[in-house]
Design a protein around this ligand. Structure first.
Ligand SMILES: Nc1ncnc2c1ncn2[C@@H]1O[C@H](COP(=O)(O)OP(=O)(O)OP(=O)(O)O)[C@@H](O)[C@H]1O
Ligand SMILES: [Mg+2]
Length: 434
């Protein structure tokens, strides 16, 4: 007992069932601060995908989603609900306890919800963590589904076809037929990244939105969608996903790499606006390159977000490029490009009322800002139009905008630090990220 109080933990057992994954999970359950321990739902889901003699899940997770036959036991322990295979949520979801609580309340009432936020803020991570929550597992059993929408056809037929395929029912002739299947038992459906099928100017978007509205009204269906655009679908509750607190962002960083906490690292995390994807990419770059703190600081001061192009995983660049490929942004063409480049020069944003006078050379800057805000490439705050730091630094340092024909352009670091380049700056404080 004294040892436990002193922080001493048992040695790793030699039994082959203790794979690296299981041992890492066990250690996380022993964290001193209960807040740092994983959710029970996430533990169960992770146990279900553990390798080794106690493996429950007999099939690998499919890229979209798949349902695996229920397997009744883990060793000698019997669980009362079936297991399914879903993409893995992060080992621990930091700083989102209130969001998860609100979502659990809403799902309790089967209220359809749209999680809205900029690319990489953690919408998918929240949705996946919720799907693995114990209450959700108990309520929906193996009728929990996760459908990625980013590679779906923009037509009602395509949408219904993929949804029915995912749920494992015959392709319906229409929505009414699909609805009748969904009346049999409670269903939890996550539609991830609906921005790609709901872009207002894309063909089929209006019909898909109507179908989502109707699905949301099904009496036994709990629908959770994630989106980078604020797609207003009647009946859906909008839940904003913003960036994290310093504490949560710091935990993500130090979970992903072995560097110790320091003021220098906290400063970088703050410079990244506590943006989860950027933090994960930065920590991965640290791990992959075996950087110590001075090496990280040196590379960061030299290249900023160029570090965030980690190979082999979704990068910030992919995330920005996929937004730039949406029809609405493509149609804005050069105006969107000029607006992005121009506003990227203003770390604290530009006053909304001064957009036209600050950038008289950009015809239609107000419309461009509207579209870019809608797609979470910019946001409005207290009368200012701003860009999340990782996006801003990305445009500043690479100056390359996919398919919009922008040539690379670099700014000197001095210019980056100058907070008073023009009228219209907000006094931005990070106190809310304490
Ligand atoms: N609160 C969190 N705790 C731990 N890891 C997180 C958290 N939020 C996000 N992450 C991690 O950050 C990365 C980006 O998150 P995620 O993919 O969920 O963002 P997103 O908002 O869905 O982005 P996109 O709009 O591009 O789909 C992922 O690796 C995810 O696991
Ligand atoms: Mg996502």
């Amino acid at each position: 007992m004294t040892n436990i109080v002193m922080g001493v933990r048992p040695e790793r057992p030699t039994h082959p069932a203790f794979t690296d994954h299981l041992w890492a999970l066990t250690q996380r359950c022993w964290e001193k601060d209960p807040e740092d321990r994983p959710w029970v739902g996430s533990i169960i889901e992770q146990l279900s995908t553990c390798e080794g003699p106690h493996s429950i899940c007999t099939q690998p997770a499919a890229p979209q989603m798949c349902e695996t036959p229920p397997s009744p036991s883990l060793g000698s322990t019997t669980f009362s609900f079936p297991f399914i295979s879903l993409p893995q949520p992060p080992g621990y979801l930091y700083g989102r306890d209130n969001t998860l609580k609100d979502l659990l309340n809403l799902t309790e009432r089967l209220a359809p919800v749209m999680l809205v936020g900029a690319g990489g803020t953690g919408k998918t991570a929240i949705a996946l963590t919720l799907l693995c929550d114990y209450q959700i597992m108990n309520r929906f059993g193996n009728h929990r589904y996760f459908l990625r929408c980013d590679n779906l056809e923009n037509s009602l037929d395509g949408f219904l076809g993929r949804l029915s395929e995912a749920i494992g029912v015959p392709k319906p002739a229409d929505l009414a037929q699909l609805r009748s299947h969904l009346e049999v038992s409670p269903y939890m459906l996550v539609l991830d990244g609906v921005d790609s099928i709901l872009d207002p100017r894309a063909s089929g978007a209006a019909e898909i939105a109507t179908a989502m509205e109707e699905l949301g009204q099904c009496p036994r269906v709990c629908l959770l969608a994630t989106s980078r655009i604020d797609a207003k679908i009647p009946g859906f509750r909008r839940k904003e996903v913003s960036t994290l607190s310093l504490g949560a962002a710091r935990n993500i960083f130090h979970d992903c790499c072995s560097l110790e906490r320091s003021v220098g690292i906290d400063t970088i995390i703050a410079e990244l606006d506590f943006h989860p994807l950027s933090i994960v990419l930065l920590a991965s770059a640290v791990s992959e390159n075996l950087w110590d703190e001075p090496a990280l600081l040196e590379v960061w001061n030299g290249g900023k977000t160029c570090i965030l192009k980690a190979s082999g995983r979704e990068s910030l660049e992919d995330c920005i490029e996929s937004l730039l490929h949406t029809p609405t942004i493509q149609r804005l063409g050069a105006t969107a490009r000029k607006t992005l480049e121009a506003i990227a020069n203003y770390p604290d944003g530009v006053k909304e009322t001064r957009l036209f006078t600050t950038f008289p050379e950009i015809g239609g800057v107000d419309d461009a800002v509207d579209a870019l805000c809608k797609f979470s490439l910019m946001y409005r705050e207290e009368g200012f139009v701003k860009m999340l730091s990782p996006f801003r630094l990305h445009f500043q340092y690479t100056g390359r905008v996919a398919n919009l024909g922008v040539q690379p352009r670099r700014h000197s670091p001095d210019r980056l630090g100058d907070k008073n380049m023009a009228e219209g700056f907000s006094s931005r404080g990070d106190s809310s990220h304490g």
